[in-house]
Design a protein. Structure first.
Length: 158
């Protein structure tokens, strides 16, 4: 059942994002990310058919919230967020927040990296908590990023 859950959540998120025909890339990204996180959160509630309903509701609610945040992040916001995230994953102390703020839009965020660990195949990864504040509205996400062979960090879930 857990394997089905991890397949169903991204599929629901993708199908929901496919319906989003009028959105720009940042809104589509927010919709997809929010749907995935909402579905994952919903899947942790209840069991059986109730869990499926909670997962579906989580996907829809997450997509709605993610769409609104994504719609509001401009290119400069994403650049600030990406630079801060990369620096924090590479050099940040575990549990210590790193912040970014776009002085033009007023949007901001924090990332809190957790301790690095090595996977069975030798890859270094870090879990993190990220909060984005757009127009005074805050959205929190959790994920995992792993260092690639070229030294860059790739988000593997979140």
């Amino acid at each position: 059942m857990k394997r089905l859950k991890f397949i169903a959540i991204p599929l629901m998120a993708l199908s929901l994002a496919a319906c989003d025909t009028g959105a720009g890339p940042k809104q589509s990204f927010g919709t997809l990310g929010g749907a995935a996180l909402g579905g994952l959160a919903g899947s942790q509630i209840g069991g059986g058919k109730g869990q499926l309903w909670a997962t579906g509701a989580g996907v829809l609610l997450g997509a709605l919230l993610g769409s609104e945040v994504g719609k509001s992040l401009d290119r400069a916001d994403r650049t600030y967020m990406q630079q801060t995230t990369t620096t924090s994953l590479e050099n940040g102390r575990s549990g210590v927040p790193a912040t970014w703020r776009n002085p033009d839009s007023g949007n901001s965020g924090t990332i809190i990296p957790q301790p690095a660990y090595q996977t069975n195949d030798g890859q270094y990864c870090r879990e993190y908590q990220q909060t984005v504040v757009v127009g005074g509205q805050s959205q929190k996400a959790y994920g995992t990023a792993c260092r690639q062979q070229d030294g860059s960090w790739k988000i593997i879930n979140g």
